[in-house]
Design a protein around this ligand. Structure first.
Ligand SMILES: Cc1cc2nc3c(=O)[nH]c(=O)nc-3n(C[C@H](O)[C@H](O)[C@H](O)COP(=O)(O)OP(=O)(O)OC[C@H]3O[C@@H](n4cnc5c(N)ncnc54)[C@H](O)[C@@H]3O)c2cc1C
Length: 457
């Protein structure tokens, strides 16, 4: 039994936790990072990185399938799942090694083991105590299910979906949010018949409605089936498949059911409440400066209510380290965090949807310009359709950007600068975009909103 003192003790080595640890050590603090599995957490090992590798394999499959359209003689002969897995695991392994090296180079003490908040400033791992002047809780999230819907056998979550060693012929996906549509997209590109079941009226229901509708049209064209506005009732598992019954009596037969209904916080049994931390439905409640209410104890990442995104976790981790150092960092506001859904076509957005902008500023005080990618040379060349919608306050700043189309995720950087700097379209319209790029679509929308459209009326 030992006890060690640090300036900062971080519990959980995912995006939020390791970012806090790295920044804190950069600022000169002694740091312990307690991780029970692998540093990098969900994002690196079971989330962002491996799913995007799968989506890239899916994109290559689609390119092979469509090669003739671009004058290239090629054919899709099949999906070698073993090779896809080796490629995916290779990417993760490389990034994991890099992160371990970085933590070592920054002198972060990585403690392997399951930690528990034994007292407000003490994380206990087995018999050993790690006492921090400051403690950062960052224990992340797990795949949730619905009451009565048990995971097992042919009913799987994203963790098992990633590890499948075959391409299912027919898959049902419960949940039309980010994780659901990304897996649906991969499986369709790999040749499966896919049906998405979503209780809300639209796919990606947190996006601007126009974007959700465009995605639905695109998925319909790709042959992805979906049932919207209808709730799941039961699933029956057999040796050869599953039958999902919906509340309206419809049934969906498939080989597998992927449950993608959201992620719950990992906080149970970790001593948080006993130490005085407020926990509501499993989430750790903080103020906007990520303080838990217990002196010196902060929380970051998916355990804090709001957007569950890796880059939110990174930024919150950096924020807390800088807050501890007294640097008075800028509050991380969920509204202005960029969001990308990496299905085909991609969806990317930041800021307010048109409906929310109108609710906040009044319908007469908001204008939107919806630029079709049909007018964008590079989009035409790569064979994608879609749109870039920019929302502004009349005589005021850009408050939302919403995009759909292949590769539009790469355009979100410029969009977030405009929104976060509260730029008026007139300010950014003179900035030049290289031709031909998809970025020009944003430029055209800014020009149009500034009252001087170039390639549009
Ligand atoms: C399929 C999928 C795809 C995703 N794709 C994206 C994407 O493209 N872009 C994006 O921004 N986000 C994506 N996400 C979300 C992203 O992964 C999370 O938002 C992010 O990982 C949250 O970081 P975190 O640090 O809060 O938690 P986590 O990454 O979950 O890390 C928490 C860590 O704490 C550890 N831990 C938990 N309890 C203990 C304990 N008692 N003791 C010690 N260690 C403990 C865990 O082992 C884990 O390593 C995806 C998620 C999934 C599931």
């Amino acid at each position: 039994m030992s006890e060690q003192n640090f300036d900062v003790v971080v519990l959980g080595g995912g995006s939020g936790g390791y970012a806090a640890a790295l920044r804190a050590s950069e600022l000169g603090f002694s740091v312990a990072l307690v991780e029970k599995d692998k540093v990098g957490g969900t994002c690196l090992h079971r989330g962002c990185i491996p799913t995007k590798a799968l989506l890239h394999s899916a994109e290559v499959a689609d390119s092979a399938r469509q090669a003739g359209r671009f004058g290239v003689t090629a054919a899709l002969e099949g999906i070698d799942v073993e090779a896809v897995t080796a490629y995916r695991q290779g990417i993760v392994a490389k990034k994991y090694k890099g992160l371990q090296g970085l933590l070592k180079a920054r002198d972060v003490t990585v403690v392997e083991g399951e930690g528990r908040l034994a007292a407000p400033r003490t994380v206990r791992v087995g018999a050993d105590g790690y006492v921090g002047r400051h403690v950062v809780l960052a224990t992340g999230s797990y795949s949730r299910s619905l009451p009565g819907l048990e995971i097992g056998g042919r009913v799987i979550t994203s963790e098992q979906a990633l590890e499948l060693d075959f391409v299912p012929e027919r898959v049902a996906v419960l949940g039309g949010g980010v994780i659901g549509v990304e897996f649906a997209s991969v499986w369709r590109s790999f040749g499966a018949d896919v049906t998405i079941i979503e209780a809300l009226p639209h796919l990606v229901p947190n996006e601007d409605e126009s974007i959700s509708k465009s995605l639905e049209r695109a998925f319909r064209r790709r042959g992805i089936d979906f049932r919207l506005g209808v709730r799941f009732q039961t699933v029956e598992q057999r040796d050869d498949g599953v039958t999902v019954t919906l509340e309206n009596g419809d049934t969906v037969d498939a080989d597998l059911l992927l449950v993608a209904v959201g992620r719950g916080p990992v906080t149970a049994g970790l001593g948080y409440e006993e130490a005085g931390v407020t926990v509501d439905r499993g989430f750790v409640i903080t103020d906007e400066r990520l303080r838990t209410g217990v002196e010196g104890v902060y929380a970051v990442g998916d355990i804090v209510p709001g957007l569950q995104l890796a880059h939110r976790g990174f930024q919150q981790g950096i924020f807390v380290a800088e807050e501890i150092a007294g640097l008075n960092p800028i509050v991380v506001d969920d509204l202005n965090i960029p969001k990308v859904t990496y299905c085909e076509p991609e969806v990317a957005s930041i800021g307010l949807s048109q409906a929310k902008a109108e609710a906040r500023y009044g319908a007469g005080n908001v204008t939107a310009y919806d630029y079709s990618l049909a007018g964008n040379g590079k989009s035409e060349i790569i064979g994608t359709t879609g749109s870039v919608k920019v929302i502004r306050v009349v005589d005021g700043p850009v408050v939302g950007v919403h995009m759909i189309g292949a590769r539009v995720g790469e355009l979100i950087g410029e969009a977030q600068l405009a929104v976060n700097w509260e730029a008026h379209p007139e300010d950014v319209a003179p900035f030049i975009h290289a031709h031909p790029t998809q970025n020009e679509a944003l430029g055209e929308a800014f020009l149009a909103l500034a009252g001087k459209p170039l390639h549009t009326l």
